[in-house]
Design a binder for this molecule. Sequence first.
Ligand SMILES: C[S@@+](CC[C@H](N)C(=O)[O-])C[C@H]1O[C@@H](n2cnc3c(N)ncnc32)[C@H](O)[C@@H]1O
Length: 590
Amino acid sequence: MESIQQPEVIQIKPEEPNQIVQSESKHFKEYYLCLTGAQPHMIEKDLVKFFMKNFNLEDLPLKGIMKKRGNNFAFFLFQDQEQMTKFKELFLCEIMPKMPKMRLKEVSKKMNAREFRPVKDREEMKEESERKKEKQMQNVTKEEIEEEMKISVEDRVTPYHNLEYKDQIKKKEQQLIDVLRSFDEQLKKDIKKNNEVKPKWYPETEQNIPCPLSEIIECDEDYINEYRNKVEFTVGRRYEDNEICVGFNKGNMNKGILYVDYPDTIKPISKNSIRAAKQLEKIIKESQIEPYDRKSNQGYWRILLYRESKKTKQVLICVVVSQENQVNEEQQLEIEQKLKTEFLSSSESSQNEYKTVSLSMIFSNEISGGYKETDRVKLLGGQDYYEEKLFDFNFRVSPFAFFQVNTNVFEKMLRLIEYFTQINENTVVLDICCGTGAIGICLSQKARKVIGVDIVESAIENAKANVQLNKDVINPDKCEYYAGRAEEVLPNLVKDQQALGLQIIGIVDPPRSGLHKDVLKALRTCKGLDRLVYVSCNPQSQMKDLQCLCYETSKKRKAPPFKPLQCIGADLFPHTNHIESIVLLERFYD
Ligand SMILES: C[S@@+](CC[C@H](N)C(=O)[O-])C[C@H]1O[C@@H](n2cnc3c(N)ncnc32)[C@H](O)[C@@H]1O
């Protein structure tokens, strides 16, 4: 196998970062470093993926990379001095402490920049893997398609729709018990293989679970159907008759079997939302412009985002379409006019007690057919948010911001969190991954202060506006909101609060992937934070995070652990197989 000669290298000592001698090549104006201690089986793209995944990086400050299979070293190329310094800092602070075998060394000889493979950022990598997937999708047989088409949209979207509600709850209870057991199984493995010790708080139970499952919060009978305040309909074609349809995906994305079927029988969504889907379907058919097709990356119509509030009777509608040249200016204007007439006209609102208060279009280029916050939005009518209510609090929610889809069960969850946290005038509430501020605002009345953090800027704008909206009942000065990654913002916020000597209560409600390791570290090491509520829509990733929070004190986890006191399930999603898990934790002092 061809291999690169080990270069002449000068080692960089981690304890002396300021004394690093920069190896700048005057001739080529290129900057190189050599990494040793890499896994021999990896090639360039594996190494990039490894760094991005393990250190949760959006991109790597690198211009190019060279790594041959079989070698335990790689070369990194930088575009300038600044980039090289940034990478060295990242390496010394983040990578080396966790990968002590890896070392970064100066290269003392010139190298040919053309041998380096360019490093792609995460977006590019995602797009490339999407394209690869699309390619794999080409050769599907008719039999495979027919087999997939036998599974109805109801069975896909709502696999429990045929079960009595009490049986759905029983199944979900068992799901949570199984996940709690997985914590125990992992702990036993870690004790055997990784020198972990059993935490002193760990209970001896026959069930082999770290804490009891106290209850499942059920949905009220009136809300078991039509509970969703947000629906995303896909625009596509039906398999059976090739008709254009605004509904739900049917098929298998991985095999490239992409069809859509009518949404009429899906129990969690409202009749109003189905009506809106039909209205858009009519406009699309009249337009004679094709829906977006992932395989060819062609077509215009993509998604109908529909949000409504049962309490305020307000509706927000967003039509997601392709950004690039799929229609001309004249067609675009005509479409906008039709959407306005269909969704905003007075005849439309007189038929219905619900009112569309926000109508917009999102222009997206996502190859997956989806959309993201940075996409261009054009407001066609009304304001850029709708209003939702929890108890007597009002909330502004914009198209991209998160809001729990089932307000009936969410209010019950909030009562439970309030009871557990026993917030008082000496308490600072940290609302981590706060979205539009729902949890913090509902708990703010008794607290000294509420601090919220979320990555979505418009959600934080909503949260700030929501505080003002409720200023008759809460003091706006008490509530602070920060837009940013919790892993970046939280460590400093926590330090500030510690300095004030107040009692801190943490409430975390992360996305499905769970919490970033830096957030977990900041929570674990935060003095004054003795009570924590972990809300999760993905109990598996929650259990993984609980390892960082609850495993016994060790060299890498110096602060005392949290003890999970109880787990509570909340059935936010009737008819589906999803269950929200809330774990209440308390600091365990030996
Ligand atoms: C499950 S939602 C919870 C929202 C909120 N607690 C509520 O109940 O309405 C998760 C939130 O995490 C936010 N988020 C995702 N990644 C984040 C990160 N790295 N830092 C901060 N917030 C993040 C999302 O924008 C989203 O609002």
